[in-house]
Design a protein around this ligand. Structure first.
Ligand SMILES: [Zn+2]
Length: 221
């Protein structure tokens, strides 16, 4: 299978509960990028409607949990040491909180520079997702610059889904959608995203994985 699809959602907020039910019903995997320093300490949700760790742990069983900075800072504004600590503390919190080894990353606010990438390469994180939509299905050339195909509410989302499903190519193709479940506000938003899942799911020639699994699959091609 040389067509791969992955979904990537940031911040671990309340609508993830509804989103994960939907993804699981279509057997589609996602990667959830979390800030280990911002989990509410009790069962109460906090400002920004972030979910507590015990909720998230049960919720993401079928999905990848990845890093997003310990406190969601603009990393380009920090010193090298501060960047390092934001990465290391997030990795530690997620490794411990989810009984896993964390390998994925998404840039908070989508911003990065060479210093940020330099610090990433000193950790065990093997990839980083940007928010630079390409509207294409190119596979990443550099795993610290994984550009998504489009946002989850992109006006072209369903057209891109149809293109991808009908695409026949000898070269590997990667469809990556990113966003925040909190951006699904109206019933129409949810219905449109479900329509997207309906169109892309259950295809024999598509590999469905987390970003990390798609990278592993790509390396085997
Ligand atoms: Zn974020």
């Amino acid at each position: 299978m040389n067509k791969m699809i992955a979904l990537s959602f940031d911040d671990g907020t309340m609508n993830d509960e509804r989103l994960v039910r939907l993804l699981d019903s279509y057997q589609i995997k996602a990667t959830f990028h979390l800030n280990g320093g911002l989990f509410p300490s009790s069962d109460q949700t906090t400002e920004g409607d972030r979910l507590p760790l015990n909720c998230l742990k049960a919720l993401y069983t079928n999905h990848e949990v990845a890093a997003h900075g310990f406190t969601h800072p603009d990393l380009t504004k920090l010193s090298d040491h501060e960047i390092h600590m934001e990465l290391i503390k997030d990795i530690e919190a997620l490794d411990h909180g989810f009984d896993q080894s964390t390998f994925g990353f998404a840039y908070p606010f989508g911003v990065y520079d060479d210093r940020v990438i330099g610090q990433l390469t000193k950790t065990k994180l093997v990839y980083a997702r940007t928010i630079e939509d390409t509207h294409r299905f190119d596979v990443p050339k550099d795993f610290y610059h994984i550009n998504p195909t489009c946002h989850c509410k992109d006006i072209d989302l369903l057209n891109l889904a149809d293109q991808f499903v009908h695409l026949s190519s000898k070269e590997p193709q990667f469809f990556l959608v990113w966003g925040h479940s909190i951006e699904f506000v109206t019933n129409e938003d949810w219905a449109r995203f479900e329509e997207f899942l309906k169109r892309v799911s259950h295809q024999e020639d598509i590999f469905y994985g987390s970003i990390l699994e798609c990278i592993a699959h790509l390396k085997k091609q």
